[in-house]
Write a protein that binds this ligand. Sequence first.
Ligand SMILES: Cc1cc2nc3c(=O)[nH]c(=O)nc-3n(C[C@H](O)[C@H](O)[C@H](O)COP(=O)(O)OP(=O)(O)OC[C@H]3O[C@@H](n4cnc5c(N)ncnc54)[C@H](O)[C@@H]3O)c2cc1C
Length: 539
Amino acid sequence: MSVDQPVPHHEFVILGAGVAGIYQLYRLLQLDADVLVLEAHADLGGTWYQNRYPGCRFDSESYTYGYSFSEELLQEWDWTEHFSPQPETLRYLNHVVDKFDLRKHMQFDSRVATATFDEATDGWHLQLEDGRELTCHVLITAIGLISAPTMPSFEGMDSFRGPSFHTYDWPHEPLDLTGKKVAVIGTGATGVQLIGAIAADVAELHVFQRRPNWCAPLHNRSISPEEMAELKASYDAIFEACAQTPGGFLHGPDRRKFAEVPPAERRAFWEELYASPGFAIWLGNFREVLMDEEANAEFSEFVADKIRRRVDDPEVAERLIPKDHGFGVQRVPMETGYYEAFNLPHVHLVDLMETPIERITPSGVRTTERDYDVDVIVYATGFDAVTGAFDRIDFIGPGGRHLRDKWHLGPSTYLGVQTAGFPNLVMVAGPQGASVSTNYPRAIEFAVDWNTGLLEHAARRGFRRIEVTPEAEAEWVEHVKELYGMLLLRNAKSWFTGYNSNVEGHDIKRWLIYNGGAPRYRKRLGEIAADGYRGFVFH
Ligand SMILES: Cc1cc2nc3c(=O)[nH]c(=O)nc-3n(C[C@H](O)[C@H](O)[C@H](O)COP(=O)(O)OP(=O)(O)OC[C@H]3O[C@@H](n4cnc5c(N)ncnc54)[C@H](O)[C@@H]3O)c2cc1C
């Protein structure tokens, strides 16, 4: 920035123009605040802008995912499928932004590299990746929980002659895979969606699997105009139902005691769940399935049997059945025709536990067993979840303290809203908050409203500085850890427990998620606000 051009300043800067950033912007503009959104991508939408791989769609019922804050918006938007595909969701978010005239407050192609707190002004100095600078008083992060893709580190990745990319970076221009030989590396939620969608069209598909996941059928279908009219008339009831469940979905746990339901009745119930759409099978199951080893083992065997019936080759079926964890202790990928894909003669499963990848070659993938020549390599290798987007920004607090260093062994926050030692840095959906484990917009509307209340509280009293006490933070972190103790997921090697072998230093357990359920979280935060924002310090 030259001396003639003053560094632009805004009262609030929001990082990220996804679902969270859009709503936070809307709420601050309602207060006539001076606010700017900085977005790294070339346009808005976050997750729904960037993930363009075939098969990318919701696991949330579409009509439970839309924003609920505007009745007019609810009534004018028609979802066409129960689980909306990415292009439709992106159109929806653009519609919201245009309707409320939000775009002019967004600046794209603006990736923040460094944020440094300035003690003299009680504000943040931001440095973008391209060298531009800005300042703001309050910095609000809406940088996403699954927005930092992770690539494996095989030798020779640069040598591959054809197109190769992470699913998050799927080309924006059309890519026709018809008749192509394709390698998909990774079988998490994304890989499973992708494989089901492309299997029939490609000439040859090699699926490289390290650890199988428990997947369940999505049962997507289109929404007729009559059905949409009924849904529109039921929005109050839909959102009320979501508000009652721990995950903010329509599906809440079955309250019957597992042991008291006779085995035949359990089985009939599970058959019903397996035939039901969405996360019913995961979140609408007996609570014990996620909390008790025995119940979990019984249900896992039920699902294993389904996989065996759906996959023709018994050997392939066994490889697709997880043996190192039970159903639902990791994020359950929802699938459409995933298992049946392996019945196609040109789809092959490569078990990396037996024959690991040695390197990427100019013509494809080499395992310890053989070379696979392909035209395209897709890395469906997931994300550095929850903290990844934070680690990619150098936040420097008072005294030169780096957030990366503070969170080296895992994040620590108060309520997922702030972290001690970093004043005026407010997180929407921060680590250890409830948004990260729920039907996202349901939680995000609450989080944004609550944060906006906090900011208003400080502004009305003329405070310049908002921070949290280390004591309040330590207490919250303990609470978050305790909540893990109730659930079998505490033992999983997944992003729920902060595990990611593709990220250096993340082969340890980290406490990323608040597992107490959305109703309990909202109650707790309501009480804290009513108590003058207990745990926060205002100057
Ligand atoms: C394939 C897929 C399917 C999903 N399906 C569901 C679902 O069915 N239901 C559900 O509830 N959730 C789902 N999710 C989770 C999804 O991420 C959330 O629902 C939601 O979209 C997150 O919104 P967000 O605004 O918090 O973050 P994002 O949408 O990730 O947006 C964050 C934005 O911040 C920007 N950003 C990050 N760092 C910087 C920086 N340094 N400078 C400037 N900008 C930056 C990013 O570019 C990005 O645009 C899914 C996620 C994926 C990947």
